[in-house]
Write a protein that binds this ligand. Structure first.
Ligand code: SAM
Length: 282
């Protein structure tokens, strides 16, 4: 097949179905018909880079051996939606803030937080900044420590998150005081200050392999804009597994509308229409 530089080959029904199955089986992500052109674009750009002109042949390559696995890992960065921003959901973060203030009044032990599907780190660092702001106002005789883990399946996202370096335009919506306090200049961009980066750790974790994660006994689990790409039954499985990793009294924060008809006997919904969160009963 001869393909011109700008034209992508047709994605047949059979090839679309094949890729849909693999992506759902390996990542849990559902690619309905309306996302067919998105998939076609992602695949064809990558195929052109590595010299394939047929979706099924490329699929065969991806499915086989170590080279296929390396290629699959490249592809993950293309087919996952990485969109994110600092302080993306103010209502959900306000719930986390209330939780932290109450938690520190009764218990000053170290805080552990998990940002699930952290992409390039903006969500993780927003939570870190929020925690540091709360700690700065909290009157305490001792130093209260915290640790935050960001997990994602995308290696590219995790690398960017670990560096914590962002273009100035990514910080435009942030309060100037927070930018001055939590970022330093590096060339033409800004980097999260080392003391805050040192509190964060970024780890690769596929949500389909959640059961293998050692993360447990968390005060805050924050999972937003990830589950929307999964089937409803899978969302429930994932959220139940996340809830089981909460400390008694801990909070699970989800994206509004990302899960319905789900509850667990030891969780209580936090009242409020603008954010979705649950507290684990003690
Ligand atoms: C739209 S971003 C959301 C980022 C951030 N949570 C936010 O709300 O701004 C979705 C993230 O989920 C990640 N993701 C998708 N499928 C995943 C899976 N099976 N396991 C872990 N992370 C996954 C993607 O790589 C991407 O970084």
């Amino acid at each position: 097949m001869v393909v011109s530089v700008n034209q992508s080959p047709d994605l047949s029904d059979a090839a679309f179905a094949c890729w849909q199955d693999t992506i759902e089986e390996r990542l849990g992500l559902q690619l309905p018909d309306h996302r067919r052109s998105f998939l076609k674009t992602c695949l064809s750009i990558r195929m052109r880079e590595v010299g394939f002109d047929d979706y099924l042949t490329y699929h065969e390559f991806v499915m086989q051996g170590d080279r296929g696995l390396i290629e699959w890992n490249q592809l993950i960065d293309r087919i996952t939606v990485q969109e994110t921003r600092f302080f993306r959901d103010p209502a959900a973060l306000a719930l986390v803030k209330d939780y932290l203030v109450r938690r520190l009044k009764r218990d000053e032990s170290a805080l552990s937080v998990w940002s699930v599907g952290c992409s390039s780190g903006e969500e993780t660092y927003s939570l870190a900044i929020l925690i540091e702001e709360v700690l700065a106002k909290h009157e305490s005789s001792s130093d209260i420590r915290y640790g935050i883990t960001g997990t994602d399946v995308s290696k590219k996202g995790l690398k960017a998150a670990s560096e914590g370096k962002y273009a100035l335009r990514r910080l435009e919506t942030l309060d100037k005081r927070l930018v001055d306090r939590y970022f330093t200049d590096v060339g033409g961009s800004k980097q999260v200050v080392k003391s805050t980066r040192d509190r964060a750790c970024f780890v690769r974790l596929n949500l389909l392999e959640l059961a293998r994660s050692p993360l447990n006994n968390l005060d805050v689990i924050y999972c937003q804009n990830v589950l929307i790409y999964f089937r409803k039954w899978r969302r429930k499985d994932i959220v139940s597994e996340l809830a089981s990793r909460l400390k008694p009294g801990g909070i699970l924060v989800l994206g509004l509308g990302e899960i319905v008809d789900w509850n667990m006997p030891d969780l209580t919904r936090v009242p409020g229409e603008r954010a979705l969160a649950y507290i684990k009963r003690k």
